[in-house]
Design a protein around this ligand. Structure first.
Ligand code: SAH
Length: 259
């Protein structure tokens, strides 16, 4: 179905050196870069994928941002989980359409947006975030990408104090001391439910694994996702010189029946 660019749409402008700019289109708007100016009018009414020229003749390609593009460009309060981890998180936590998911903390909303896309309109994402400014920012970020019609509830509260619901399918944690949530999670998940925690350091992973080992959770695993990008330019095909060497470890476990 054709969906030409309209005012209010977000557009990713990519230059010949792969620099990316996220722009919100407006009637009469202009986009300024060191390579010149682009009138939004050159984009409005066109399908994505077109190439436009700046006032100084530089070429820019215009496409709608993917979720990964958006996550890397959206305004941040807290550090976000990167796309390389967001994809595997959906698989390791087996997030499915219709799932009831608790997420904490919500931070900037990168994982929240990813979860909402995966659970769909029949699912539910409940977010616990201790800072009200982050909760507000996250909701704005999520709605800017998915629109306001989403099954999301964010509560400003401390997840270490407890979880105020039951029968959850999945719990996803990105907070500093997830071992303090293990007992609450065991009471809030349905049997067979999955707990997944994202943690930057291995000492935190050990502490979480100890807490899981002493709980009704089983089948625990910890993985690290490494992504190495390649430089491909005719005869010169090799790994890029630089890579993101570390983000976080992913630990997941399932709630089993006692005995
Ligand atoms: N996963 C998020 C980033 C989360 S950053 C994203 O992808 O955007 C960690 C968040 O946990 C911060 O916003 C912090 O305020 C919140 N937090 C820390 N301790 C918490 C607690 N005890 N209860 C609820 N939220 C907490």
């Amino acid at each position: 179905m054709p969906r030409p660019f309209a005012a209010g749409d977000r557009v990713l402008l990519v230059d010949s050196r792969r620099r990316r700019h996220l722009v919100t289109l407006a009637e009469g708007g202009t986009f300024h870069t060191h390579a010149g100016v682009v009138d939004h009018g050159a984009l409005l009414g066109h399908e994505e994928g077109i190439e436009v020229r700046t006032s100084r003749g530089a070429r820019l390609v215009a496409v709608r941002p993917t979720l990964a593009d958006y996550v890397l460009k959206m305004p941040r309060g807290a550090q976000v989980i990167y796309p390389k981890d967001l994809g595997p998180i959906l698989m390791l936590a087996d997030v499915f359409p219709g799932a009831r998911v608790l997420e904490s903390g919500v931070g900037s909303g990168a994982l929240t947006t990813t979860l909402l896309r995966a659970v769909g309109h029949d699912g539910q994402v409940l977010g616990y975030e201790i800072r009200d400014d982050f909760a507000d920012r996250a909701r704005r970020n999520v709605e800017a990408f998915l629109g306001p019609d989403i099954p999301l509830e964010i509560e400003v509260r401390d997840t270490y104090e407890g979880i105020g619901t039951t029968d959850l399918d999945r719990i996803l944690l990105d907070l500093p001391e997830p071992w303090r949530v293990v007992e609450h999670a065991a009471g809030a998940l349905r049997p067979g439910g999955i707990l997944l925690a994202y943690l930057p350091t291995i000492g935190q992973v050990s502490q979480l694994r100890d807490a899981l080992a002493a709980s009704p959770f089983g089948m625990a695993e910890t993985v690290e996702i490494l992504q190495r990008s390649w430089h491909v330019d005719r005869q010169s095909v090799r790994p890029d010189h630089r890579m993101v060497a570390h983000t976080g470890f992913l630990t997941h476990a399932r709630l089993l029946q006692p005995g």
